[in-house]
Design a protein around this ligand. Structure first.
Ligand SMILES: [Zn+2]
Length: 487
């Protein structure tokens, strides 16, 4: 049993090392001052120092959101209860430290997938000039969803909900774009704004949120469709890596336009999108584009079933809709100037996080995709003044040993030093927050060799075992997975 847990921990370590941001290029950093590096021995991350209101009662959570009716789904309720988010104004939330860690991990996975298909990361201003939107007619078309403002000179702007105009104008400004530079895949992860009439479901439908938006430029419609499949495949890999059950459904092009569109949906009851699905051939579509009375699959004539989903990604094949307006040209092999064929691809970053919590969590406890858990391990020392208190030092040493033996876990292990609370109370909190691994020092921590209880969230298993770090097998495995340190 214990071996299974340690294997799980080690597998996690290997995955984490794939996400590590540090490399030898930080080798000149001053020890303990490198921004990228986790603390070394002697610097323990402790729960008592965390800036996070924990354990809010249901009525306190309700008062945070103002009205009871505003607490509309599980992820919103749980995230408020454990202090992962705090409302700032309707539809806008402060992301607290745990959440920022999870978002940063998600962005790293997204970066890996986007860069694996040749994506180049850029960052465009949120303040988007009205004339760009007037050029495509969307200044009027978007209506009241567009959050508009004027500067001191009376110049009009909107806070961008999407950037087709901005990116096409940017590419058009590069007069000498050659076919050799295509396909060009530009993406960003930035805050987006939408003046929602009724923000709800916490991070699922807010007025300010993080999105990854990618825009692609190709030399022909065939090439653009190849790029379209490439990006869709990257999205599938991303959701698989997060361990989420997803569906790719045919969708309406809406105000973005173009000729082909798909949505990536997480099936869940509170989902706002209604989908029809064919269990035989995996055809799936948003009911916006199929006749609601349609009961037969258009592809295989089998019976269709209906389900609800949360949209977490959306892809569009745009053709030359935007490039023709902004004159985004490239030069082909014969020196002719041609319009670029475009696609655009969104992923709701904060929405993926909330949707994952919505589908994975129990009624009372948050569960994360394991890659995104803000911290991987929580160690709970005995209560002050209890019979086991003598084991406190052994537990603290275990903290140092774990982070030393498994460098990938540096910065990922928390010590719940609130020793005025019982182990049971702290275990309850840890369970609520969903650390993948919790290590507890109970009575047997005083035995020789010391035994610890290891709880694994994902397998819901629990085992008592001697310190894993005394096992020569673990030592050698940890050595195998060791990354070059950066500080
Ligand atoms: Zn079918």
């Amino acid at each position: 049993m214990y071996q299974g847990i340690m294997e799980g921990l080690l597998t996690r370590c290997r995955t984490l090392s794939a996400l590590a941001t540090c490399s030898l290029r930080h080798s000149r950093c001053i020890v303990r001052k490198c921004y990228h590096c986790a603390p070394g021995r002697g610097q323990r991350l402790v729960v008592s120092r965390m800036f996070q209101p924990q354990n809010l009662r249901e009525d306190q959570v309700l008062s945070l959101e103002g009205r009871a009716s505003d607490l509309t789904c599980k992820s919103q309720r749980l995230m408020l209860q454990v202090g992962l988010i705090l409302p700032a104004s309707p539809g806008c939330y402060h992301l607290m430290p745990y959440t920022v860690r999870a978002v940063e991990k998600l962005v790293r996975v997204i970066d890996q997938e986007m860069q694996a298909i040749g994506g180049q990361k850029i960052n465009m201003p949120s303040l988007s000039p009205a004339e760009l939107w007037r050029a495509t007619g969307r200044w009027d078309l978007m209506g009241r969803e567009l959050l508009r403002l004027k500067d001191r000179h009376g110049k009009e702007y909107c806070l961008g909900p999407t950037h087709e105009e901005a990116v096409t104008a940017l590419v058009a400004s590069q007069k000498k774009l050659s076919y050799k530079q295509l396909p060009l895949l530009l993406y960003q992860v930035t805050r987006k704004f939408r003046d929602e009439p009724r923000p709800r479901f916490g991070l699922l439908r807010g007025r300010e949120f993080y999105m990854k938006d990618m825009y692609t430029f190709d030399s022909s419609s065939e090439a653009a469709q190849e790029t379209y499949s490439l990006v869709c495949d990257a999205y599938c890999r991303l959701f698989d890596r997060l361990g989420l059950r997803w569906m790719k459904a045919r969708a309406d092009v809406g105000s973005i336009g173009g000729t082909m569109s798909h949505e990536f949906q997480l099936p869940v009851d509170i989902g706002e999108d209604r989908l029809v699905v064919c269990p035989s051939c995996h055809f799936s579509a948003n009911t916006e584009i199929v006749d609601l009375s349609q009961k037969i699959c258009p592809d295989c004539q089998g019976p269709l079933t209906e389900t609800k989903g949360i949209e977490v990604g959306h892809t569009f094949y745009l053709g030359t809709k935007y490039s023709s307006i902004f004159n985004a040209h490239f030069t082909n092999a014969h020196g002719e100037s041609l319009l670029a064929e475009m696609g655009c691809y969104g992923l709701g970053v904060t929405r993926i996080l909330a949707a994952a919590i919505e589908v994975l969590s129990t009624e009372d406890c948050i569960r994360w995709p394991s890659l995104l858990a803000p911290y991987q391990v929580c160690i709970i020392p005995p209560k002050k003044g209890s019979k086991e208190a003598a084991a406190t030092e052994i537990v603290e040493r275990l903290y140092d040993d774990v982070t030393e033996a498994l460098p990938q876990l540096r910065g990922e292990v928390l010590l719940d030093d609130r020793t005025h609370l019982t182990i049971g109370n702290r275990l309850k909190d840890a369970n609520k927050l969903g650390y993948p691994f919790v290590i507890i020092a109970s009575k047997r921590a005083l035995e020789d060799p010391a035994h610890f209880e290891v709880w694994s969230q994902n397998t819901e298993s629990r085992a008592s075992c001697p310190s894993p770090l005394r096992s020569p097998e673990l030592q050698s495995r940890a050595a195998e997975s060791q990354e070059p340190g950066c500080c």
